[in-house]
Ligand binder design. Sequence first.
Ligand code: PLP
Length: 430
Amino acid sequence: MNSKHPETLALHAGWRRDSATNSVAVPIYQTTSYQFDSAEHAANLFGLKELGNIYTRIMNPTCDAFEKRLAALEGGVAALALASGQAASAMTVQNLARVGDNIVTSTDLYGGTWNLFANTLKDQGIEARFVDPSDPEAFARATDDRTRAYYAETLPNPKLVPFPIAEVAKIGRSFGVPLIMDNTAAPLLVRPLDHGAAVVMYSTTKYIGGHGTSIGGAVIDGGNFDWEAHASHQPAMNTPDPSYHGAVWSQAAKPLGPIAYILKLRVTLLRDLGAAMAPFNAFLFLQGLETLPLRMREHSKNTLAVANFLAERKDVKRVIHPAYHSGVGAERTAKYLPHGQGGLCGFEIAGGVEAGRRFIDALQMFYHVANIGDARSLAIHPASTTHSQLTESEQAATGVTPGYIRLSIGLEHIDDILGDLSQALDAAKG
Ligand code: PLP
């Protein structure tokens, strides 16, 4: 499929028909294992002399179709489906960093990723150095010769300021440090690999699935980072791996293409940690991908209409949406999100915590859930839920004020979305 258009790739990339049945839809290959053709075939597969199905923990044809389609949409060379976004975040880092190493990460992260980096990876001997993404040079200042990766989210909530991908990727490349981007909130709206990122990860749970049915994650290898050229900064890719007969991944992958990063991730970390995506979920994510270009356009359109509506309300103190930033935030929106700003919008309701609670309780159509990226509209009041364990100043540091409401705008008719928001705002006045 040589189209460059996401609408076409979402329907055709990575799959034409089932070789056994001619099925057009990707079948759910609900199998654990695969019959080898011969002893030699089996040995070749295990020895990575040829790529093929061995065992569903490591690869599966339904997952494979999903991985190929996602890699094509993202402009990458190969992808790996995983059990959740959390598994993807952890493994993107563990693939490069070992005990005593560090990563430099943006402070503006999903709370689960923050915990993973600040606590679990720390316990595993990997230090996460948190820096403010408003200053790209902060990444350079935090880098030393044990820095193995940079990490950031494209469109982190609650602040919803696009991350300076090109600026930080360039700094990283000067040190031999690849940038890993969590693009969960902005699939198709931004392709981080086009801006110099080396690796992209997703919680496919959100927009890629799109219907709030399945937990999943994915990693996409840009194939655009020269691991060999940075041997001293990237020892995991350039020193013999005792878990695979001393394979040096930057070398071993060469006959298969520029896929050293994702090959190592699949055949070592996925093999050992086992967070595989189930074939049934890969099928559902393929369904999601088919309409992703359409949905991202509609999410963006409805969400901008919501932001404009909220900006007119006297009981709304502030609107947080990529199109409503000024200064550097506005420049980043213009650079990274010119064709649509995504489905997330925040606002600060007059009347603080109590008004926030009343607003949430008055919603009739919006669901009150801790998720984003569903086809349905969702709302949450972080100060009384996700962030309630933090002090008010800690909340403020993350961008959450007492009256802050996060909306994930769905695909309902805009009149119904605005109608529900309007009546809930009226009810919140108390
Ligand atoms: N990254 C971002 C930006 C998220 O919003 C989430 C989940 O909310 C995750 C990662 C984790 O993904 P999952 O819930 O699929 O493990």
